[in-house]
Design a protein around this ligand. Structure first.
Ligand code: G6P
Length: 614
């Protein structure tokens, strides 16, 4: 979703802002803009629909000078993506420029009040309303911008991360946040502000994460001045940034998504490092160590998540129930937050999120906390809002995921859940020790087997060639391969814009079978031994209707292989670990189809990496 970069220091702001925006491109956006205050106290604002490169062309030849500036990539919520609705937005006097992530929910009421006082609005955005509200407070209450922002934000409902610059104040940036994340980088005689740390990497390693409902004054030559919107002074907590440049660059791959798919042998190994101990046949999950008893005695484990993370949650539910015998429910966070979920204080809620910023997942956590449940997190981004809102948790350690379509974060989440399931069984004795040791030994081999899966996936390019013109596709799997089918279908939809559905294979005859004809590719994930024969029957049913059969099977498979038009073989492993392998060729399939269709793989249309609004 929207991205924020701001700079103040001795250097020219513009190149820093543009580079920062480029690093934020992965979040998904539809327009971009910058504002710099030059030495003549002129506030130059350039903004345009389209990409950061369009902004650069637009600003070329114009005055881009100044040592202070703010920049934004917008993902439209209020008002269509166009030049006028793009940020920054100016106040009526032209003295203030504001960039904003999030949604001001009561903006229409505020807009009406301001219109009654003679304000006229150029855009359809809530952001233009906010900048004028701040200016109105500044003028009517005769306070400085820091104070005006603080007071104004008391009148605002919703989520925001904002940065303001003001004419006549070339040494000061004002920022605030609620709901949407914000981080400040502290350099030598310079400051950076961003919606996540990626634009700051390589500039400084000293950062301060702004907390909800905090306003900050970033003034050259002074320490950060931090206050809550209720006027309580806060002390900034300076931390060391744990991201390096290499991890946020493409490293020779054509797209971030491809790089991230190929990183999976390493990322899954990183996820398990220090946690999986095959030599002693044990697992140690330090992050939830103090909560093990609570989990073991949980009446229910409730997993809340969105998108791909929800699919990982489904895989986790199969494994935890199977290995540890604890009841698990998996909920879409967006639904969970609005129904009246039955949650008991002895329930354990596990929130899964790559970004750790998904608004619905955060809201679900709040509800679970209100009901007194223990809330754990499985997050990828260290220090993210969800990781801070939960009682404890496990980081996935997959490294920054830049491609909008999630890949390595999914396998890392599944790896965490798999370890958790085995560990719980180890603790409650639901599985014999020897079986636990066997499972741990096999899990340790998974990174290597992911590598083998990648090497064997050359056939995927051929399948992509065959499928690139199709309009629909069906993905089928059973048990823990059902979420793999959902995830395969989601990947295809997200990046190639081909309609795809994932189904439990046996459900095919209750509807989807009506769709099958010679133009319908059906992708079977047929690695499960216990339901193998059932899936074979489903394959036959599709074949009888002339559907195109693409199957992911275990090496050595005969029956399904014979009936399939295309086969992808994955190494033999525990059936329950198949999601960690079978997902890989499906990621590659979506990737190659999208590339062949000329789609923007890393930034698919309308999608955002981090969904910080409802
Ligand atoms: C967005 C992303 C998806 C992701 C989902 C949940 O829709 O495009 O890739 O799965 O949000 O995000 P989270 O960061 O909570 O895992």
């Amino acid at each position: 979703m929207c991205g924020i970069v701001a700079y103040i220091g001795k250097k020219e702001a513009y190149p820093i802002l543009i580079n920062g925006l480029k690093r934020l491109e992965y979040r998904g956006y539809d327009s971009a803009g910058v504002a710099m205050l030059n030495a003549k106290n002129e506030l130059n604002v350039y903004k345009t629909k389209g990409k950061v490169s369009d902004l650069v062309s637009f600003a070329s030849g114009k005055d881009i000078s100044g040592n202070i500036g703010i920049a934004h990539t917008r993902w439209a919520t209020h008002g269509e993506p166009n030049d006028i609705n793009a940020h920054p937005h100016l106040s009526r006097s032209g003295n203030l420029a504001l960039i904003h992530n999030g949604i001001i929910e009561n903006y229409l009421t505020i807009k009406k009040e301001l219109e009654n006082r003679g304000y006229k609005f150029k855009s359809s955005t809530d952001t233009e309303v906010l900048v004028n509200l701040i200016e109105e407070v500044q003028l009517t209450q005769n306070v400085d911008l820091f104070e005006a922002t603080r007071i104004a934000l008391n009148h605002v409902n919703g989520a925001y991360a904002i940065v303001l610059i003001e004419k006549g104040h070339p040494d000061t940036l004002i920022a605030a946040r609620k709901g949407s994340p914000m981080v400040i980088g502290i350099g030598k005689g310079e400051y950076f502000i961003a919606s996540d740390a990626t634009p700051i990497v390589g500039q400084t390693s000293q950062v301060v994460y702004i907390e909800n409902e905090e306003v900050v004054k970033v003034k050259l030559g002074e320490d950060l001045k931090l206050k809550t919107i209720d006027d309580v002074e806060m002390t900034p907590y300076i931390q060391e940034l744990q991201l390096n440049l290499e991890s946020i660059e493409k490293g020779g791959f054509e797209h971030f998504m491809l790089k991230e798919i190929y990183e999976q042998p390493t990322t899954v190994r990183d996820t398990m490092r220090g946690r999986l101990h095959p030599e002693s046949g044990t697992i140690r999950l330090g992050g939830i160590f103090d909560y093990e008893k609570k989990i073991l005695n949980a009446r229910n484990i409730i997993i809340v998540a969105c998108g791909t993370s929800w699919h990982a949650g489904l895989v986790g539910s199969y494994l935890i129930e199977l290995y540890a015998g604890i009841r698990v429910k998996v909920e879409y966070a967006s639904e969970f937050r609005y129904r009246t979920p039955v949650i008991f204080p002895d329930d354990v809620v596990i929130a899964i999120s790559q970004s750790g910023e998904t608004a619905d997942t955060l809201a679900a956590i709040e509800i679970a906390k209100e009901k007194g449940a223990t809330v754990l997190g499985i997050c990828n981004v260290i220090g993210s809002s969800i990781s801070r809102a939960t009682d404890a948790g496990i980081y996935t350690h997959a490294g920054p995921e830049i491609g909008v379509a999630s890949t390595k974060a999914f396998t890392a989440q599944v790896a965490v859940l798999t370890m958790m399931a085995i560990h719980l069984a180890e603790l409650n004795g639901h599985l014999p020790k020897s079986r636990v040791a066997e499972l741990i030994h096999e899990l340790d081999l998974i990174p290597e087997k992911i590598q083998t899966t990648l090497e064997r996936s050359t056939i995927v390019k051929e399948i992509a060639e065959e499928m690139k013109e199709c309009h629909n596709a069906i993905y089928l799997g059973r048990l823990q391969n059902f979420p793999v089918a959902l995830e395969g279908a989601l990947k295809l939809k997200e990046i190639s814009y081909i309609h795809a559905e994932g189904y439990p294979a046996a459900e095919m005859k209750h509807g989807p079978i009506a769709l099958i004809d010679k133009d319908m590719p059906v992708i079977f994930i047929a690695t499960n031994k216990s339901t193998y024969e059932k899936v074979v029957s489903n394959v036959q049913e599709v074949k009888a209707r002339h559907g195109k059969i693409i199957s992911v099977v275990t090496e050595g498979d005969v029956l399904v292989k014979e009936m399939s038009d295309y086969v992808i073989e994955i190494p033999d492993t525990e059936c329950t670990y198949a999601p960690l392998l079978a997902t890989i060729p499906l990621q590659l399939l979506a990737y190659y189809i999208a590339v062949k269709r000329g789609c923007n793989v890393d930034q698919p249309r309308n999608l955002a990496k981090s969904v910080t609004v409802e």
